[in-house]
Design a protein around this ligand. Structure first.
Ligand SMILES: [Zn+2]
Ligand SMILES: [Zn+2]
Length: 144
């Protein structure tokens, strides 16, 4: 809300609903998922407002945008709480799991150091097949 005020943007009811929705989930989401959740709270939330609000949240640094090479982006609502976590995504159902790894952290520091750099930010994104996909050839929880 402070960020919106700084940017001279009005906190409209729609925006407030969207922001409340974003920060009441721990899940990673797409713009369409966010729209669906926000509309459960307030049916008047428009798709356009969701798509206009997301870049503001990304710019504020509170929400982290992720590109897994899909036609749409994913958003991470709890990024500012633990900015060092990594992600693995199922190529089929798009389930996203977070992980942290000291070994990866150390390796990245070493690679950076060896090349004369100090690593300041990093994002490891793995695309994979979840157990369900491996067993049955598809994920039942695949989004439509
Ligand atoms: Zn995450
Ligand atoms: Zn899957």
């Amino acid at each position: 809300m402070n960020f919106l005020a700084l940017k001279d943007l009005r906190v409209t009811t729609q925006r407030e609903v969207i922001i409340d929705t974003v920060f009441s989930t721990e899940e990673h989401f797409t713009a369409e998922q966010l729209l669906e959740w926000a509309r459960k709270r307030d049916n008047s939330v428009s798709r356009a407002t969701v798509y206009r609000t997301l870049p503001l949240l990304t710019e504020s640094g509170l929400v982290h945008e992720m590109d897994f090479g899909k036609p749409y982006k994913f958003y991470d609502p709890n990024y500012s709480d633990h900015p060092n976590h990594n992600h693995i995504i199922c190529d089929d159902c798009e389930k996203i799991v977070e992980f942290e790894s000291d070994k990866i952290d150390q390796l990245e520091e070493k690679i950076g150091g060896d090349l004369g750099f100090t690593v300041t930010s990093k994002h490891v994104q793995l695309t994979a097949s979840c157990d369900k996909l491996k067993r049955s050839g598809s994920c039942k929880n695949k989004p439509v």
